[in-house]
Ligand binder design. Structure first.
Ligand SMILES: CC(C)(COP(=O)(O)OP(=O)(O)OC[C@H]1O[C@@H](n2cnc3c(N)ncnc32)[C@H](O)[C@@H]1OP(=O)(O)O)[C@@H](O)C(=O)NCCC(=O)NCCS
Length: 384
């Protein structure tokens, strides 16, 4: 009988430019918040998994597992860095879940951290593109904004999504982020602002993009036996991971992200639920079009019908399928930390303590993508 795993502590730094804090500071701050939230001491932790995409390129630091354990005073526990581009955080979480399920540990910390603003914008964009296919996509000057712009054009052409409808995604996420104390931005935008903002990669403008961010997040996971010691554990009901081609040109379709579909299918099956049972979701909106494709890949609507879901406004907090109640990646995307930051929000939603609380949320989902969809990881959570 597979072991059950619960999340009992969560912590997250503010997202943004942290000129006064190093990667070490940020990861330790998130870890300390998660420990305090769980009401335990660092000496209880048996293993650490940390998601990080590219500290070597952003700040010249590798060997993140040992770095995090050392800085947090957790040595000599095993400490492992997990990398799957922007899905590194969810990967660290999945590795922690599987290690507990395998019976190796009872209390584990899964964290994610990234410090992206210490190099200039162009350097950060080049570092990010390290997660793309350098031979085919990077060599012709494509960036992630460029790759998602190609997907946006193909999607709009095939399914008739208009520029105005696409702009509704950042309008919603900026509104949701307005009172999020951890958000990089706290301002609302109108559809016209999105459409008329400076072009990044046509049709995507500045306001369609997630920003460059420093930040960290951490969660404490425990086995079923240990969960009895904690109030209000949030259970991991399902976990799925899948891959797809690294180069966009090799994809069967530019208008869907198949790794999302495979990862979601696995997670839904494991949890024994259907998409319509999800009460609240944190999805990977690195660019507005990515959220549109996530709606379809996760089964929140049929293929090609995301525009109807957008028009219904059902993805707002008080709608039938609330998505990104904290503002999502639009409110900060410290790439290696994002997957864990999404889990922090969903755990708060299921505890009933989120800033933008979705009423009666019992089942939550997180969806974290690496690159343009070469990795996708989906987790489903529930309360007793
Ligand atoms: C969109 C992008 C190119 C903007 O970078 P930039 O032009 O260097 O922007 P700057 O940092 O100079 O900021 C300029 C202004 O825009 C704001 N800004 C920056 N990014 C923003 C965003 N995504 N949304 C809203 N405002 C943003 C800044 O706060 C700043 O405002 P100010 O002038 O009032 O201080 C950059 O954020 C980017 O590449 N994002 C995508 C990151 C990515 O690819 N992640 C991986 C996804 S797979």
């Amino acid at each position: 009988m597979p072991k059950r795993v619960a999340v009992v502590g969560v912590g997250c730094t503010k997202m943004g430019e942290h000129w006064d804090k190093s990667l070490k500071d940020l990861s330790t701050e998130a870890g300390a918040l998660a420990l305090a939230d769980a009401g335990i001491d660092g000496k209880d932790i048996q293993a650490l998994f940390i998601g990080n995409m590219s500290a070597g390129r952003f700040i010249g630091q590798e060997h993140l597992g040992a770095m995090a354990a050392d800085q947090a005073g957790l040595t000599p526990i095993p400490a492992t860095r997990c990398e799957a581009a922007c899905a590194s955080g969810a990967l660290a979480f999945r590795k922690a879940v599987n290690a507990i399920k395998a019976g190796e540990y009872d209390i584990v910390v899964a964290a994610g951290a990234e410090k992206m603003t210490d190099i200039k914008g162009a350097g950060a964009i080049a570092a990010l593109m390290g997660a793309g296919d350098q031979e085919w996509d990077g060599s012709i000057g494509l960036t992630f904004a460029g790759l998602y712009a190609l997907m946006a054009r193909a999607y709009m052409e095939k399914h008739g999504l208009t520029r105005e409808e696409l702009a509704e995604i950042p309008v919603k996420n900026h509104k949701h982020g307005l009172n999020n104390p951890y958000a990089q931005f706290n301002f609302e935008v109108k559809k016209e602002d999105v459409i008329n903002a400076s072009k990044i990669a046509d049709p995507l403008t500045l306001l369609d993009c997630s920003p460059i961010t420093d930040g960290a997040a951490a969660v404490i996971l425990v086995s079923e036996e240990y969960a009895k010691r904690f109030k209000n554990p949030i259970w991991v009901l399902g976990s799925g991971q899948a891959s797809d081609t690294l180069a966009l040109q090799n994809r069967k379709s530019l208008t869907e992200i198949s790794s999302t579909e495979f990862a979601a299918k696995k997670a839904y099956e494991e949890a024994g639920i259907k998409p319509e049972n999800v009460d609240v979701a944190e999805v990977h909106d690195c660019f507005s079009i990515a959220e549109v494709m996530a709606y379809e890949g996760l089964g929140f609507c049929e293929k090609g019908k995301a525009k109807d879901l957008i028009k219904s406004k059902d993805t707002y907090i008080d709608g039938k399928m609330p998505v990104n109640p904290d503002g999502g990646l639009k409110m900060g995307h410290p790439v290696g930390a994002t997957g864990v930051k999404q889990i922090v929000e969903i755990v708060k939603q299921l505890r009933g303590t989120a800033v933008n609380q979705v009423k009666d949320a019992r089942i939550g989902l997180t969806h974290n993508i690496g690159g343009s969809g070469a990795t996708a990881i989906v987790h489903i959570f529930g309360k007793e």
